[in-house]
Design a protein around this ligand. Sequence first.
Ligand code: KG4
Ligand code: ZN
Length: 817
Amino acid sequence: MPADLILAFDTASDTIALAIGRRQTNGETVLIASDDHVASRQANVQLMPSIEALFASNGLSKDNIACVVVGLGPGSFTGVRIGVATAKGIARGLGVPLYGVSTLESVAWGAWNAGIRGAVGVVADAMRGEVYPARYKLDDAGAQRLDAHTVAKADAVAADWSAAGTPLLLIGDGLKKFASVFDSDEHKGDKETDEPSPCVHFVLGDETLWTPGGAGLLLSFTAACARNEQGNGDAATLLPIYTRLSDAEENERKRFAAGGQLAQGALVDVPLSGVADPAKRTSVTYRPMAEADLEQVCALEDEAFGTVAGTAASVAGEKWTRGMFVDDLARKDRSWWVAYVGDLLLGFAGAWVVDGGLQILDVAVAPSHRRRGIARELLQLLMQDGVDLGATEMSLEVRKSNAAAQALYASLGLTHEGLRPKYYTPLDGSTQREDALIMSGLLSPLSPVILAIETSCDETAAAVIAGEGQLLSNVVASQIDFHARFGGVVPEIASRKHTEAIVGVIDAALEEAKLSSWQALDAIAVTYAPGLIGALVVGVAFAKGLAWAAGLPLIRVNHLEGHIYANKLVKEDAEKIETPSEEESPTSCQQHSSQVEQKTTGASAVKPPFVIALLSGGHTMLVHVRAWGDYVILGQTLDDAVGEAFDKVAKALGLGYPGGPIISKLAEQGNPKAIDFPRALLHSHDYSFSLSGLKTAVITSIKREQERGITLNLPDIAASFQQAVIDVQVAKALTALEETGCSTFCLGGGVAANKALRTAYAAKMEAKGYRVIFPPTLACTDNAAMIALVAQDRFIKGLFAKLDDDAHAHTNLEDIY
Ligand code: KG4
Ligand code: ZN
C-alpha cells in the first residue's frame, strides 16, 4: 500500500473537524472519510480517539499517512494549540511533513463544497466581544480570500462590511453570539418607512456551514498546494495564527504608548524562542534479517572485516560468508537484525543462544554511519531476543585494538573476562593475527528506554533515559527571558513558546541520545499535572500524537513526583552534597544538556522511606515518601510558595525574575541577622507554612526605609529574608524526620537549588545523624530527566495512559494515578 493518505484536523473552534483524504496523481484530493463533531472544551480528550476510530472504522492504517494537515486558527488559543501540538507529534512520529491551513479558509471551502457561490463573510468567535473576520469570493474555481487575518469588534466589522456595499452571505461560529449585530436594522436599510430594504447587506448562512469541517480542510489544503503556498512541511517551524498578543503583552504595549517604563532588567525585543531548526533526522528502521538482505549484508561484511573498527565479535575471528549466514538464518536459536535507511543497509548484528548464554556472533555498521547509536540498538535487539529465549548472560569477542567497540560493550554492562590470543585474521597491512578480548556480563530484562517531555511551566524539556536511571540526554529550553520583563511567568506566553519549541527540543534530545528510530524507545512519557493548564496541554497533546504515530505506549507523570524522583539521580558511589560555587539556573533561552549529572550509571543512593521538602515556585510541602509511588503529605503552605516569596521580594526590590537565584546571590554578601523578619508558624506544632506575611514584612520594611530616606542595604534584606525562610523550613523538616522515624532527608523543586538552604539542612541534620541527599542543582529546577525517572517505574508497573487522557492543573500527590 502506498503512503498516500492525508490526515487533516482542526480544533480551533468548539467542533473537532477531522478527515482522511487521498492524494490523486493529478494533484486532486478525494475525501475518504470524515468525522466532524461538537467537542466543547474536549478537544484534547476526544481528538486522538476520534482519529484512531476513523482509521479503524475505515480499515485504514496510520502507516499510510503521507502528510498531516492542521487548522492553524485563528480561533480559541488553547484549541488551536491542541490541534497544532497533536499534529506536530503525529507528523514527527510518522516522519511525514506537516502543513497548516487557515481555519477561516477551511470554513469558506466548506461552504463552497456545499454549493455556495458568491461573496461570503466568515466571522469566527474571538471571545471578548471580538471576531476573526475574513471575506471570500466563491466561484466555480474555488474560494478566494479577500482580507488578511485580523481580529476586531463585531460591530466594527459589521459597519465596515456594510459600508463596502457588497451583499454577503455570513457564516462562522462568531454568529452564535453576534448574529444580531450583523442582522440589525442599521445594515438592512430603512425600516421606519416600511419600504422594502433597499439593500440587504447580510444574509445568515445555514448553521451547518458555520464551523470548520474535514472536507473544507482538505479542499483548503489542495488549493494551497495548487498555489504552491502550502509551506515547507517542517513540523518544527509551523506555528498557529493568533492575530493578537497575550494580554500581558497588550498591556505592556499600552503602557509604552502612555510613556511607561519597562520593568527593570527587561528586554525590549520579542525574539523567537525555541531551538534553532535542527537538521532533519533520517529515520532508521530495524527488522530481523532475511535472505533478501544477504547481498548487502555480505558486501558490508567484506568492506568492514579486517579493519580495526570493522566487524566486531565475529565467530572464530573469521569473515562470515553467504553460506554461513544462510545456515544461521534457518536456525531457531539464532537472532539476526538489520538496520536500514530506505533501501540502504546500514548495519547488522547476530547472536546465538547456547547454554543459557547469548553469544554475539557478528556486529557490523557501515563506516559512513558509525557513532550514531546503530550498533547499540542492534545489540539491544539481540539482548531482548536473548532474554526472550531464556539467556541470563551474554559474551562476545572483540579485537584488542577496537577501543570504540569495547567502550560500547562496557556501556552495556559487559566487562573484560579474558583473552583469546591470535583469534582474529590479520588487519590489513599486517601479517600478525590479532588477540581478542572476551567481554561478558549478566543479561537482565532490559530497563525501558523512555523519552520524557515536560511543559508544565516555563521550561520546554525532553530527556531520554535507559538502563537503571541512565540519562542518555537531557535538554531544557528555558523561556525565562520571555517572562522576565513581566516579573513572572505569563501563562499565555508560556503556552505559545512550548508550541514553538517542542519539536526542536525533542529532536535535540533524540540526537544527543543517538537514537535513530522510534523502535529504539519503549515508551513516551509526559507531565500531565499539576501546573499551568495551557502549558501542560501542549506537552500532553504532542505526546499523545507522537505515541500514537510511533506506535509506543504513553505514560503520564505527576510533576511533583518528578521532583521527588530527581533525588534518584544521586548515585551510590557518587553521593555527596553538591554545593556548587556558582549557583546555576538556566537564565536564557539556551539548551543546556546533560549537565544534570556527573555520574549517570549505577544504583541510586536514595531509597524510601524518607522525608522530602518540595519547594518550588508553586509548591511548599513536606512529604513522607513511604515507598516510590506512596506519599503522605505532612503539611504545606497555607498561602504563597517559597519560590513565589523569593520572586515577589525580588520584584519588590526591582531586581528582576526569577527571584530565587538573584536573592540568594545577594544574600551571600549580607548579614542574615540584620533584620528580624517574622518566622511564621515556627511553633505551630504542625507542618503548615505561611509565607505571605514574611513577604509583606519585607516589602513594608523596604518602604519604611525608603520613606525615611535610608539607602536600602539589599544584601542585608536578602540575607535576612532568606534566613527567615530557612529557619522555618529546617526546623519543621527536622520534626518531620523525628516523627516519621525516617533517617533520610531529600529535597526537590527549584528552591532546592538554594545553597544556603542546602548548607543549613545538611549542618543541622547531619549533626543529629540523619542522612541528607540533594539532587544535582540543575535537576532541582524543572527538567524532563526527573519525569523520565518516574516513567521508568510506571512502565515496569504497567501504568500506561490512554489517548483520551488530558492535562490537569491540580492533582493531589497522594492520589494513585
Ligand atoms: O521547580 P521550579 O523550576 O518550577 C516550579 O515548578 O515552580 O521552581 C522555580 C522556583 C522559582 O520561584 C525560583 O525563584 C526558585 O524556584 N528558585 C530559587 C533558586 N533557584 C530557583 N529559590 C531560591 N534560591 C534559589 N537559588
Ligand atoms: Zn517544578
